[in-house]
Write a protein that binds this ligand. Structure first.
Ligand code: GRF
Length: 211
């Protein structure tokens, strides 16, 4: 089967990008990363992409008059790369309806909480303060409302005695690195469809749970 071309959008470190790069090295992985785009010049993930021989581009949002102009440049770059799917991996800009709707059910995000709990920032701090016994991550199709959309994969990890934000974040990040490659592979292989705002994976209601 031909591999689905994917663009990955990043802002900073790119450890989830690295997990996708590593997964896509397998000959039987159904997706191929064709371009990595950063909105922050010098984002760490750009070097990871270059190291892997993947084309990169920096589209600095500060150089655009407004969000639609920035998003038009993003869209043009993605389309020029031939990508048919877009993965947000630590991409720290909100995307407006024009972009999100154009890539509906082809735009994937990872968020470091078990959605619908804790959308937004400071997820680990808030999970600790709420006394949660488990934390985790969610991979989902993007909708215009931040950190919402049909859930593809969720991975839970325990909150352990003595956890602080950093320790919990590190444990969740390991789960992220398993969840994102799985979610992308399911979408790229055509195993996901959306019905009534729920992802059906091989016909079964999602998300797939990795615990
Ligand atoms: C991850 O925790 C991801 O869930 C969130 O931003 C972080 C990005 O980390 N959206 P990295 O750049 O992939 O290392």
């Amino acid at each position: 089967m031909p591999r689905k071309p994917v663009a990955v959008l990043i802002s900073v470190r790119g450890s989830n990008l690295q997990a996708l790069i590593d997964a896509a090295r397998r000959a039987d992985y159904p997706a191929e990363i064709v371009r990595v785009i950063a909105n922050v010049p010098g984002a760490g993930g750009l070097a990871r992409a270059t190291q892997a021989g993947i084309a990169t581009e920096t589209i600095d949002h500060r150089k655009f008059a407004n969000r639609p102009a920035f998003e038009a440049a993003l869209d043009a770059s993605i389309r020029a790369s031939g990508a048919e799917l877009v993965c947000l991996a630590g991409f720290m800009r909100l995307l407006t309806a024009g972009f999100v709707d154009a890539w509906r059910d082809r735009l994937i995000n990872i968020h470091p909480s078990l959605l619908p709990k804790f959308p937004g920032l400071d997820t680990h701090k808030r999970a600790l303060e709420a006394g949660e016994t488990h934390a985790g991550c969610s991979v989902h199709f993007v909708r215009t409302e931040m950190d919402s959309g049909p859930l593809l994969v969720q991975a839970a990890v325990p909150v352990l005695p003595g956890d602080d934000e950093d320790r919990l974040a590190a444990r969740v990040l390991q789960a992220e690195h398993r969840a994102y490659p799985l979610a992308l592979s399911l979408v790229a292989a055509g195993r996901v469809r959306v019905a009534g705002e729920q992802a059906l994976i091989d016909g079964q209601p999602g998300p797939v749970r990795l615990d």
